[in-house]
Design a protein around this ligand. Structure first.
Ligand SMILES: C[S@@+](CC[C@H](N)C(=O)[O-])C[C@H]1O[C@@H](n2cnc3c(N)ncnc32)[C@H](O)[C@@H]1O
Length: 216
């Protein structure tokens, strides 16, 4: 899985969906960025969250299990090699649906944050979408609903302060090409997602969640 992601590094650095957007702007704002705020960006991918937070003056450490992503630290979300409470803020954007053990990953992210968790991911929109996502990219594990996110974060000892949903659109072809989806899978994916495709654009929804540690 890690090697697959290393090969995709350039595609995710250049992807407009990942590089910018109102969701990214809000995620950065919810980190309460200031000089000297220490942030860990989990599953950093193309490093877009880290770039924006560094521009805002934060000290950012990036972590990702794929060596090709060139993060500061190579590790998966469910085994973060940091002491408890090492960071003021932990971020994780558009990646949790790839984690094999989401509860372990959220617990780890909460363990190393002493103040905030700010997470964005594609929100669960039904089993047809999940089937399409897995056909497109076998590293897709699952998307979660707002209620599931609230439960995961609360279970990890954080209180959800704010949630916002974003309705977004992206080129279906670019979405498939980014992960080299085989052509034979693409036809079935188009069928599964037919009611979400218009003029070659795929509608999708993401959730951004801000939660504060209830213990510190
Ligand atoms: C869509 S990219 C992340 C996008 C990035 N956060 C951004 O805002 O542009 C997904 C990333 O998740 C990483 N990943 C996959 N499985 C993971 C795991 N178990 N733990 C942490 N990261 C993982 C991949 O290596 C990849 O870099």
């Amino acid at each position: 899985m890690t090697d697959v992601w290393s090969q995709r590094a350039e595609a995710f650095r250049e992807s407009p969906t990942h590089r910018e957007g109102p969701d990214l702007d809000l995620l950065v704002e919810w980190c309460e960025p200031e000089p000297d705020v220490k942030v860990l960006d989990v599953a950093t991918g193309g490093g877009h969250v880290a770039r924006r937070l560094r521009e805002a003056g934060c000290t950012v450490v990036t972590v990702d299990p794929a060596p090709g992503m060139k993060a500061d630290v190579v590790a998966p979300a469910d085994h973060l090699p940091f002491e408890d409470g090492s960071f003021d803020v932990v971020t994780c954007r558009i990646a949790a649906h790839h984690f094999p053990d989401i509860r372990a990953a959220v617990t780890e992210m909460a363990r190393v944050s002493n103040r905030l968790l700010v997470i964005e991911d594609n929100v669960f929109r039904g089993e047809r979408v999940e089937e399409a996502e897995q056909l497109r990219d076998p590293t897709h594990v699952r998307c979660y609903s707002e209620d599931e996110w609230k439960e995961l974060v609360t279970h990890a000892g954080f209180e959800v302060e704010q949630i916002e949903h974003f309705d977004r659109r992206q080129s279906l072809d670019a979405w498939l090409e980014r992960v080299d989806t085989p052509p034979e899978a693409a036809a079935r994916i188009r069928d599964l997602l037919a009611d979400r495709i218009e003029d070659g654009m795929l509608a999708f929804e993401s959730i951004v969640l801000k939660a504060r540690s209830s213990q510190k």
